[in-house]
Design a protein around this ligand. Sequence first.
Ligand code: SF4
Length: 484
Amino acid sequence: MKLITNRPDFYNDVCEEIRLFLPRAEIALDGGGEDGSSLSVILAEDGSFRADAVFSYLGSNYRYSHETPYVGGSDIIEKRYAKRCVKVAVFRALRKAFPEKLIPWGSLTGIRPTRLLRELIDTEGREEAMRLMRSEFDVDEEKLRLADEIVTVQRPILDSARDNMLGVYIGIPFCRTRCLYCSFASQLRTKKTDMGAYLAALHRDIELGSAMAASLGLEPRSFYMGGGTPTILTAPELDRLLDKICECYDTSGREFTVEAGRPDTITHEKLAVMKAHGVTRVSVNPQTMCDSTLRLVGRDHSSADIIRCYEDVRSLGFDSINMDLIAGLPNETETEMEASLKAVEALSPDCLTVHTLAIKRASRLHERMDEYALPSVETVERMVGMGRETASRMGMKPYYMYRQKYMAGNLENVGYSTPLGVCVYNIDMMEDGMSILAHGAGAMTKRVFAEGGRIERVPNNKDIATYISNIEATNAEREALFDL
Ligand code: SF4
C-alpha cells in the first residue's frame, strides 16, 4: 500500500493503525501499491491541527477530517497533539472501510491506555478523561471500564513511589525448548552452553550495578527474576545467584518475584532455595492446561506436571503465586480455554495473567502460520472475557495491562490479582512508575526522570558473548545515565 503524507515522522504510528485493519499490509512511503490501495493523510496547522485522511481501497475512497485544538506548550506536547490528530483521522477513515472489524481500543496504538487515562484524569479531570477516551480515541465501553479499574488499583502504588526508588531486574535468557510462539532472544540451554561464564558475568553485573545504586542513594523497592526460564538454572547455580543478589542488595522485606515459568524445570530443591533467600512471589506459567496444545507449542511437560509444581510452590508458603494463560493458541477453541480456566481456578492462585497470543515475526509460528488453525479475533475476545470472569470469581481485580504488536484484534494482556497478590514490580515497570536497573543479557535498564516523565534507556547486549565482554562498558553507560 502507498502512504502519502506530509508527516513522515508519524509513519510507524500510521502503519500500526493500518495493520489493525489489514494485518499483513506492506506499506511504503510514496511507494507503489500493486493493488492500487493507498492512504493519504495531510496535517495542516493553522491555529489548530487539522488532519485530512483519504483511504483508497478496492475502488472506493473513504475520507475523514479531524481537528484538534492547538494547546501550545513544549515541542514534545505539540508533537503529541499533532500525532493524535493524524491518528484519529486515519483510524476513522479506515473504520469506514471496515465497519464490521472489532477494534475495541480504537485508535490507541503504541500507547498504554492506562497511562493515557491516568494522565488525562490528572490534567482534565475524570469525567472529561472518560469522554475523550470514548469520543476522541474510540475506545469501547468495556475496555474503558477495564482501564479505569486498573488505574484505580494502581494509583496508590504509583503514588507511593519515591524518586530514589528502583525496580531491579535479573534476566536468565535460557530455556529448555523453544515455544512455537516465542520471539524472545532466549537461547536453549544445551550441554554445550557455558552457563558458568554467563553466571560469572551476571554476578559481576550485579556487583557493579548495586554498587552504583548504593553510591547514588538509589533503593530497590522490588526484585524480579525473569527470562527465558530462570529455573533452567540448577539448584546450586540458583543458590549462588540468589546469594549474590542478597549480598549486593538489601532484599529484606522487599517483593521478590521469580518467574519459575515452565514446570519441566522446577524442582522442590530449587523452590526451597528460592524460599530460603526470601523470594516472595513465584510465577508458574502453564499457558494452557490442554496437553495436546502443550505438545503442539513445544512445551515439554503435561498439565499434571503443572499441578504437581503448583502444589509444591504452595506447600512452601510463598506469599503470592501467579499463573499465566494465553488466549488464542493454535488449535484452541473456547472449550480448551474454559478447561484451562477451570483447572487454574481449582488451584486458586493469587494472580492470574491472561495473555492474548501475539504472532511476532521472529517466532516459528509466524513462519508456519498457515499450518495451524488460529481462533478468530471474536473467539479470542470471548476467551479473554472468560478469563476476566474466572478472575472475578477468584476474588481478583485487574491490576496491570499491556499490549504488544501483532496481538489478535489489538487486544491486551491483563494481570489480575487478589488484594494481597498484586505485583508492584509489574505496575512500576509497565506504567513507567520508576526506574529499572536491569542485569543480564538482553535486559534493559531505564531511567524514568521525575520531570515530564522523560525516559532514557541503556540496553544490555542480547548476544551472550558480547554481553559478557561488555559488562564494564555497559555499567559505565548506566552510571552516566543515573548520574545525570
Ligand atoms: S518459555 Fe518463554 S522465553 Fe522460553 S521459549 Fe517459551 S516463550 Fe520463549
